[in-house]
Each structure stands twice: as structure tokens, then as C-alpha cells.
Write a protein that binds this ligand. Structure first.
Ligand code: ADP
Ligand code: ASP
Ligand code: MG
Length: 464
């Protein structure tokens, strides 16, 4: 069971989470608990690390006090037993002392590297997991608390978005966590954080607690992975944009992965990889509505196939780059060069589209990488005769329309684009993966929500 940030946002919610775990344990289930940082904490840590570069000792102390107040208040509400509460409060204080030192270090050096940023970001889960652990002990459950590193999750050193080394990770998780399950002890593991082979703290990328849960699930061959969150499950669109969005009761791994990759934030994009291989089902469930079975994610034999379009996602915080030049026409390797340059600079390309004339190519990347991408492309490509212009638009968003039955169904694209045209929404770029599981297109950010709403209506997803 993985509990997201909103599920552990306050002491009361943590108590509720502990009760959910206790209910399953009482029914005789073995449970592993994976915990995210308290809601918003990872963002606050990110900001604090940025500030520390040019910050002051006073602002670091103030930040520390703020986190102390937030986590102590949560512990006070979550844990009734005074002895356990005291112990957890001491852990929180000790952990925050360490965070203060790290931030001070960044201030003195005036430099924030991906490695030191990951170290700072790891504190969110290192503060939240002990509180959940305390709340479980308070309910007289036998339980033990681990960081991802202690549990045995080992990654490469691509800080910020590290990839687990599966063989050693599986081996260590089996060895360290497996025996506890046999003894009916509940392991509580920090989500999102791991360590490199040298023991340096790394993170699995934002939203990575889901990934931690599936890594544990696959290594320990669990029956199901439950991702508890603040909505009933995966829905036909983000319910925060489309209040009439409907719950999708069943999805295949491929469909759910497609949704996750294209920004249905309810899950980390790589989270399904470990369990898909082992054929372990996942369930997305609502902590505030545990009677609802949520969304079951399993193989295609288990899940029913239904409508052509199943879900629509809106991906914000992206930018589009247009690379043009007559020199690219018929020049073998010209695209490779562009991707090579971006790849070497750790810039992930989310979407591409090219014209048959080959005189230009459009790319979509995360908006925060735009500056780096543009300067990299300019330095590497302009002046070489291959490319004559690199332009960009940073006020765009991607809309992804998804569903397995789009494969081979005629007219889906035309319906999507006619709908957009009817709303006078200009389409800046289009891509359809050959998997035909989705059609994605780029519009101006101001048109994004209207486009999602119009397509949601066109395919009558609120009537599903
Ligand atoms: P957690 O803190 O539990 O990890 P997240 O914020 O990562 O939660 O994911 C849950 C949120 O994802 C929901 O509150 C919802 O607004 C958003 N979301 C976006 N698209 C979808 C979708 N298609 N279905 C369900 N939730 C979605
Ligand atoms: N706390 C991390 C984040 O906010 C990981 C997670 O919540 O899954 O990205
Ligand atoms: Mg999440």
C-alpha cells in the first residue's frame, strides 16, 4: 500500500491511513507500507534548495522551524501514546538538524548540484515515514521503518530521475524486507528515495513513491499493489478540470502506462514497469472512499475492452521547439544529431513531429529545460549548415487522447480535430504514436482546458 502526499497531509489523515493498514492486517493480510512526503513538502524542499544557493542562514533556520512545526503537529495528532510520540518527535528534530546542515553547506558553497538537490529532496519522506510508523505502533501493530536506501533500492547516478538497478534491488529487497512479511511485521518504507551503489542518496523522479511501491511489490511477489490517493482512481480526465469525469474501473497495463506517461498525475510514468513483467495487478484507490474498489490495472485478458477513447490528459509546463533548415532535407543523420545533442544534456523529448519535406522538426520538452535546450541546440547546430533556425514557444500545453481501441478505428483523429476547430482552438503540432494508443497535440496553454472539456463532451466520456 502506497500513500500519496495528500493522504498523509495531516496528523488526522495519518491516523486514518494507519487504520486502513490495521484493517487489512486484522484480516490476515501481509502489508508493506510506502509513504510519500506530507503534501507540498517536496515542493518546499525544492524551493529551499534553490534559495539556499543565494540564501541566508536566517532563512534556512526559519524554513527548518516551519518544517518542524508542520511535522510535530502531524505527529501530535497521529500518535496518542506519549512515549512513542516523544520518540518520533526526537527523530524529526534529528532529521531536521541534518537538513539544516545540508542547506547551510549549499549556502556556503553557493552551488546546488543534482546530487545535492536529491539529498535535500529526500528529507520529505524521511520526515513523513516515521510518523506513519509511529501511528501504526500506536495501534499496537508490529512494524519496522526503512528508508529506500535501507530497504535496498539501488539506482544509477542519474540524480533527479534515477533508474533502479533491478537485479541488486530485487535481491536486497527480498533479503531485507521479505523475512519481515513472513513474521507478519509491517515494513514502512519511504517512497521516492533510494541510493546509488556508493550509498549516495538519489531520487526516482517526482511522484516516485508509486515506483517504490511497485518495485517492492515485484521483488516480493505480492498479490496486489494498492496506490491510495485523493481521487477514486484513474478517471476519464483530471477531475480537477472536468468535475463530471468518470472513474475507469479497469485498464490494461498499456493503457494505464500511456495515461501516466501523458500526465495523469495519479501515477509515476514508470511505476507499472516492475509489476507488468510479473503480472501483478495494481489498484488506484481513494483513502477517503475505501468502499470504492477504485481502478484495477491488470493484463488485457483481465481487463475489459470498451470505448475507443478512454481518457484525456492535459500536460502543462511544457514548451515546443521548432528546428528548421533546408540543410536537414535528405541529409542522413540530421535528426540523430539533434536527439544526440539533447540526450547528452539530459533533456528528455516528450513528443516529436516532422514534415515530409524534412525542412523542420517540432519537439516538446519540459518547460524548465527550455533555456538549456535552446542554448545547447544553438551551440551545437547553428552555423553548421544543417539548421538555420531554432525557435520556441513556452506558452503551450499538450493534450493526449488515449484508449486501446483507437488502434485501427477510423475517424478518431478527425473527430478530435473537428471538435477543436469548432471551439476555434488552433492546433500547433500533432503526433500519433505507432502504438495508436494515443493521439497527442499541442495547443496554446490558454486553450488547454477548453480543449479537454470539448473532447470529453464529444466522446461522451461523462456518460461512460
Ligand atoms: P498523490 O499525492 O496521491 O501521489 P497525485 O497528486 O500524484 O497524488 O495524483 C492524484 C491527482 O492526479 C488527483 O488529485 C488528480 O487531480 C490528478 N489527476 C490528473 N489526471 C487524472 C486522471 N485522469 N485520473 C485521476 N486523477 C488524475
Ligand atoms: N514526494 C515526492 C514528490 O512529491 C514523491 C511522491 O510523492 O511520490 O514528488
Ligand atoms: Mg503522486
Amino acid at each position: 500500500m502506497k500513500f500519496g502526499g495528500t493522504s498523509v497531509a495531516t496528523g488526522e489523515k495519518i491516523r486514518h491511513v494507519a487504520n486502513l493498514v490495521a484493517d487489512s492486517a486484522k484480516q490476515g493480510c501481509g502489508v508493506i507500507v510506502v509513504v510519500s512526503a506530507l503534501d507540498g513538502t517536496t515542493d518546499e524542499l525544492y524551493e529551499a534548495a534553490e534559495q539556499a544557493k543565494k540564501g541566508s542562514e536566517a532563512s534556512i533556520r526559519k524554513f527548518k522551524q516551519k518544517l518542524l512545526a508542520k511535522h510535530s503537529a502531524a505527529a501530535a495528532k497521529a500518535i496518542k501514546n506519549a512515549r512513542i510520540r516523544k520518540e518520533i518527535e526526537q527523530t524529526i528534530e534529528k532529521t531536521l538538524d541534518e537538513l539544516e546542515k545540508v542547506l547551510m553547506g549549499i549556502t556556503y558553497v553557493g552551488e546546488l548540484t543534482p546530487k545535492s538537490r536529491d539529498y535535500v529532496l529526500s528529507f520529505g519522506e524521511r520526515l513523513s515515514a516515521p510518523i506513519v510508523w509511529g501511528a501504526l505502533r500506536d495501534l499496537k501493530l508490529e512494524t519496522q521503518c526503512f528508508t529506500g536506501k535501507e530497504a535496498g533500492i539501488v539506482t544509477d547516478s542519474n540524480f533527479g530521475e534515477a533508474s533502479p538497478l533491478m537485479n541488486v534491488t530485487t535481491h536486497q529487497l527480498k533479503e531485507r524486507i521479505g523475512p519481515l512479511l513472513e513474521k507478519k511485521i509491517i515494513p514502512v518504507v519511504t517512497g521516492y528515495i533510494a541510493a546509488t551503489q556508493d550509498g549516495v542518496v538519489s531520487t526516482l523522479g517526482r511522484g516516485g513513491s508509486d515506483y517504490t511501491a511497485t518495485l517492492l511489490g515485484a521483488a516480493l511477489a505480492v498479490d496486489e499493489v494498492w496506490i491510495w490517493t485523493d481521487v477514486d482512481g484513474l478517471m476519464t480526465a483530471d477531475p480537477k478540470i472536468i468535475p463530471s469525469a468518470k472513474l475507469l474501473p479497469e485498464l490494461s497495463y498499456q493503457e494505464a502506462a500511456e495515461m501516466a506517461i501523458f500526465g495523469a498525475k495519479a501515477m509515476h510514468p514508470r511505476a507499472l514497469e516492475p509489476i507488468m513483467k510479473e503480472n501483478i495487478p495494481a489498484r488506484i484507490r481513494n483513502v477517503s472512499n475505501p468502499e470504492n474498489p477504485g481502478t484495477l490495472i491488470a493484463n488485457e485478458q483481465t481487463t475489459k475492452r470498451s470505448d475507443v477513447v478512454k481518457a484525456i490528459a492535459l500536460i502543462k509546463d511544457v514548451a515546443m521547439i521548432n528546428v528548421s533548415g533546408a540543410g536537414m532535407v535528405g541529409a542522413p543523420g540530421s535528426y540523430a544529431k539533434i536527439f544526440d545533442v539533447l540526450g547528452k544534456n539530459n533533456i528528455n523529448v516528450m513528443m516529436i513531429s516532422t514534415a515530409v519535406s524534412e525542412a523542420n522538426m517540432s519537439l516538446v520538452i519540459r518547460r524548465n529545460l527550455l533555456g538549456r535546450a535552446l542554448s545547447t541546440l544553438e551551440i551545437a547546430l547553428l552555423g553548421g549548415g544543417l539548421v538555420s533556425g531554432v525557435t520556441s514557444e513556452d506558452d503551450v500545453c499538450v493534450i493526449a487522447v488515449m484508449g486501446a481501441n483507437m488502434k485501427g478505428t477510423l475517424g478518431v483523429a478527425s473527430r478530435i480535430f473537428t471538435t477543436a476547430a469548432r471551439k476555434k482552438i488552433n492546433i500547433r503540432m500533432i503526433a500519433q504514436g505507432s502504438s495508436e494508443l494515443n493521439i497527442s497535440f499541442v495547443v496554446k496553454e490558454k486553450d488547454g482546458e477548453a480543449a479537454v472539456r470539448a473532447i470529453h463532451d464529444e466522446f461522451k466520456l461523462d456518460k461512460m
